[in-house]
Unconditional design. Structure first.
Ligand SMILES: Cc1cc2nc3c(=O)[nH]c(=O)nc-3n(C[C@H](O)[C@H](O)[C@H](O)COP(=O)(O)O)c2cc1C
Length: 354
């Protein structure tokens, strides 16, 4: 079976819906309140992402809005993630039997209703007082994967318990912290709480500088809401390398997914160090302005992974805002490996759900 491409994004839940608000701005009006007309959701016949884009900001206090909408530097990578999808054209093939179709798929032994999962997003309580529990509730009917941020506002154990009798599979996101014991503790807690995977974010050896209008920097946002670690103590490790993936591999049986990879070379290094899968990501343009759009980085990663490790899965997030983005990414990824196994045509469609 050939590798599969999964796209991770943030489409449709309490917090991620609010993230998509960013689409309407090339810059953030840092200090302005926003009162869009016709935003009573009860009166909207069809609530679309555009409605959330237009109306969402008004529902958030400024600090929360700016935190969710921010990106690094001049927001070039953030915009590019999205715009590059718009440049892709799809030539549909006609007179094929499409009467029997399914979005169901699987990855790492997990059966999924569709190839859409939730990338980790910090501070859900800034968007909803119930925080990550609201997110769990929102997606609970679906067999999907939710990656819990290490900067979550709900205890790992509580999220684990809330997801227990649902169809959701939980993965735990972590950074490599300068104190490796803390990193391991986070993973151990996730293991005990029933999480089924560990996502190591590789693109944050230091904090990114999130800007508001491309100049003004957005300050720390309600760090005291973070409950699973003490951010005054837990610092990102600028000395983290692929050896840390191998180190973590030796301590946990859970699959490790390395997030934040943008090149084929890094993808193969991560797998050689013990990663079970790769998540192509540039942190939504929040870390390094100038990173390539993830959709453009995808083929190189897929190509390298399939050449050396044809059974490994590749996921993607960044800029996915609609279903067509999902199939474009699938198509672009598959181009590089479909020759290996034409029967894997059921692969996926994984965008971002929320
Ligand atoms: C408000 C916000 C918080 C985020 N927090 C985290 C995090 O805690 N850990 C992480 O690995 N990625 C984090 N990310 C990055 C996302 O996981 C994902 O890579 C990114 O949002 C994808 O781009 P998109 O927002 O255009 O879909 C965050 C992104 C946003 C917008």
């Amino acid at each position: 079976m050939a590798s599969k491409i999964f796209l991770w994004g943030i489409f449709f839940s309490a917090s991620s819906v609010i993230l998509s608000i960013r689409d309407i701005w090339n810059h953030i009006p840092c200090n302005e309140e926003y009162h869009p007309p016709n935003c009573d959701f009860r009166e909207l016949n069809l609530v679309t992402l555009d409605d959330y884009d237009r109306c969402g900001p008004a529902m958030l206090p400024l600090n929360a809005r700016n935190y969710f909408l921010g990106a690094a530097g001049r927001r070039i990578t953030y915009m590019k993630n999205k715009n590059e999808f718009d440049k892709i054209e799809v030539v549909p093939r006609m007179l094929r039997d499409v009467s029997k179709n399914t979005l169901e798929t699987s990855t790492l032994g997990i059966q999924l209703d569709f190839p859409i999962g939730l990338s980790p997003v910090a501070l859900h309580k800034l968007a909803d007082p119930r925080g990550e529990l609201a997110t769990v509730e929102g997606i609970s009917p679906f067999r999907t994967i939710m990656i819990l941020s290490s900067m979550a506002t709900t205890l790992i154990e509580d999220v684990g318990q809330a997801a227990q009798h649902t169809n959701i599979t939980l993965w735990m996101q972590t950074y490599i912290f300068d104190n490796r014991t803390w990193t391991l503790e986070l993973v151990r807690r996730a293991e005990r709480a029933g999480f089924k995977g560990v996502v190591v974010t590789a693109d944050a050896p230091v904090d990114g500088t999130i800007t508001c209008d491309g100049r003004q920097s957005i300050g720390e946002s309600d760090g005291e809401l973070i409950v699973n670690l003490d951010i005054t103590q837990h610092k990102l490790s600028p000395s983290a390398t692929f050896k840390d993936i191998a180190w973590l591999r030796s301590f946990t049986k859970l699959p490790i997914i390395v997030k934040g990879i943008l090149s084929g070379d890094d993808a193969t290094r991560a797998i050689m160090a013990g990663a079970s899968a790769i998540l192509v990501s540039n942190h939504g343009g929040r870390q390094m302005d100038g990173d390539p759009a993830t959709i453009n980085a995808l083929p190189g990663v897929v190509d390298a992974v399939n050449r050396m490790f044809p059974r490994r899965d590749v996921f993607l997030d960044g800029g996915i805002r609609r279903g067509t983005d999902v199939y474009k990414a699938l198509a672009r990824g598959r181009r590089w490996f479909s020759w290996e196994d034409p029967s894997s045509g059921d692969s996926l469609l994984m965008g971002q759900l929320v």
